[in-house]
Design a protein. Structure first.
Length: 115
């Protein structure tokens, strides 16, 4: 089982990034998917989640209207489009796939928002 995030990096405030999460070793289309983030010295935070079929999404208040979660089950890949990035969005972002009782985590990708 693997979840591999990519697309992180350094971006200026107001900029955009698109994170990808490539899944392998399990039936991705049967699992809900989420993105979490953790900033230095802070608790891990749920950013967004999407149902296994992609027909239901939820967002943290802090990112609603700026971030969009999506998935392509044909490609076993999930995405997080991040627009209007702010310095407070700086964190390590993790992809998570879950279907009770199983939960799989990726290794994380760093997103830094700074001028």
């Amino acid at each position: 089982v693997q979840l591999v995030e990519s697309g992180g990096g350094l971006v200026q405030p107001g900029g955009s990034l698109r994170l990808s999460c490539a899944a392998s070793g399990f039936t991705f289309s049967s699992y809900g998917m989420s993105w979490y983030r953790q900033a230095p010295g802070k608790d891990r935070e749920l950013v967004a989640s999407i149902s296994n079929a992609g027909d239901s999404t939820n967002y943290a208040d802090s990112v609603r209207g700026r971030f969009t979660i999506s998935r392509d089950n044909r490609k076993n890949t999930g995405y997080l489009q991040m627009n209007g990035l702010k310095p407070e969005d700086t964190a390590v972002y993790y992809c998570v796939a879950s279907r009770s009782p199983y939960t799989y985590w990726g290794q994380g990708t760093q997103v830094t928002v700074s001028s």
